[in-house]
Design a protein around this ligand. Sequence first.
Ligand SMILES: NC(=O)C1=CN([C@@H]2O[C@H](COP(=O)(O)OP(=O)(O)OC[C@H]3O[C@@H](n4cnc5c(N)ncnc54)[C@H](OP(=O)(O)O)[C@@H]3O)[C@@H](O)[C@H]2O)C=CC1
Ligand SMILES: O=C(CO)[C@H](O)[C@H](O)COP(=O)(O)O
Length: 469
Amino acid sequence: MNEIGLIGLAVMGQNLALNIARKGYSVSVFNRTSEKTKEFLEERVKNEKIEGYHDIKSFVESLKKPRKIILMVKAGKPVDDVIQELLPYLEKGDLIIDGGNSYFKDTSRRIKELKEKGILYLGMGVSGGEAGALHGPSLMPGGSIEAYEMVKDVLLKIAAQTESGPCCTYVGNDSAGHFVKMVHNGIEYAIMQAISEVYDIMRKILKFSPEEIGDVFERWNNGELNSFLMEISFKIMRYKDEETGKHLVDLILDEAEQKGTGKWTSQTALDLGIPTPSLSLAVEARSLSFFKEDRVKLSGKVKKTYPDVKLDKEKVIKDLENALLFSVFTSFSQGLWLIHEASKTFEYNIDLPEVLRIWKGGCIIRAKILDFLREILNENKENVNLLDSDKSISFLMDKLDSIRYVTNLAKEFYIPTLVLSSSLDYFLSMVEGNLPANLIQAQRDFFGAHTYRRIDKEGIFHTEWEPID
Ligand SMILES: NC(=O)C1=CN([C@@H]2O[C@H](COP(=O)(O)OP(=O)(O)OC[C@H]3O[C@@H](n4cnc5c(N)ncnc54)[C@H](OP(=O)(O)O)[C@@H]3O)[C@@H](O)[C@H]2O)C=CC1
Ligand SMILES: O=C(CO)[C@H](O)[C@H](O)COP(=O)(O)O
């Protein structure tokens, strides 16, 4: 009898199964396409106690009761399909853990449906890609605490380990785990886009080669910007295509794909009324990139006259580093604010500093700055977007001139900077006591009698701006 079951042997499932087995647990695995199970056992399993099964019934029967089954299958309908296949063989008290990038509302529904059948369910965000899954991911489990207790020991052991503890915690009730993973991905999109914008400025304005950009990224990675995304970016810059000998990054088509988590983050932020412009514009940037044919056609129609300026390259690089730090900080600020609001609305009961702690290792958005963000939040847990602190303001004000300069420079060279600019605008909006929303209210009242409030007296007002007859 094996201790853990795992279904779905693609990139994540294979590596997670190996990770679990290497921590001393016996694992049963199953994959819809049997051939993959065979290949996995033959090619990757060495001394680990992993057994493959080719039908669901014998897979379930191979597990100790109460059964603990991790799903690492494609998000969406496949998760429901697998649950339906499992149900005839499960018993009350068994536990299913969905480790995929499931939409949090699907997870809430599944928790409810399975609870009625006596089956426990955890929605667990997993971050770290294939290397993380193998060597220690960041795990974000949510659902009932009773379900978490059943697998807590395993999860704490397989998660990435840092000086602040294992990168796994009980995130909260219901779909809290998948909600936090969704926002993690929203932040991931924003940071990836901000790095790409900085790269664009270096290659198009400073005329740096990928090799030179790699050197700058590596230098940054040794400082405040130290992070997984910075590290992979400098490695990408140096990577040569075996076939052509050219830098591979220059040969990759500039159409960024997306599987949905970033879009869901923005949609949810709009639903909850929390401003996340940098996260949303990162999604927009990916969508814009997809119109390659139109972009190429239109680029031939626009005459671009570039300014004749002599730039101090070292200064520009420093400004770019500051701009990126500014954008990373504000992206986390927006994401945390959204998690806080969701925690209130959906009664998740999420501990934000704990979320920052479990993002410190294993995951795609792990970064040195997380310690600083956690310090700010620990000083005042009500400061959910991190902005209401002298430390934050001084950190951002230090970099304000840089991000202003960089975004202006980019515009002079016709370079879009959706995330960098929106990070700046987010901050400027948040520190502006007098926005032009008064005019919007007046316009709404003018055309739709929507009413407005005044600054000089209490109440709700409507004005007949002009006669309508
Ligand atoms: N790749 C990554 O970096 C990360 C992925 N994730 C998430 O983890 C999950 C697994 O990701 P990944 O390993 O990339 O694999 P994929 O998302 O590509 O999913 C492939 C797996 O899903 C199975 N599958 C697809 N449809 C069905 C179905 N209808 N019934 C049963 N099984 C089905 C496939 O089986 P078959 O072989 O038969 O096709 C295969 O095992 C996803 O939710 C993903 O979003 C999370 C973090 C990082
Ligand atoms: O969850 C992940 C990383 O954290 C997955 O790699 C996910 O697929 C990334 O999202 P997208 O494919 O939309 O870029």
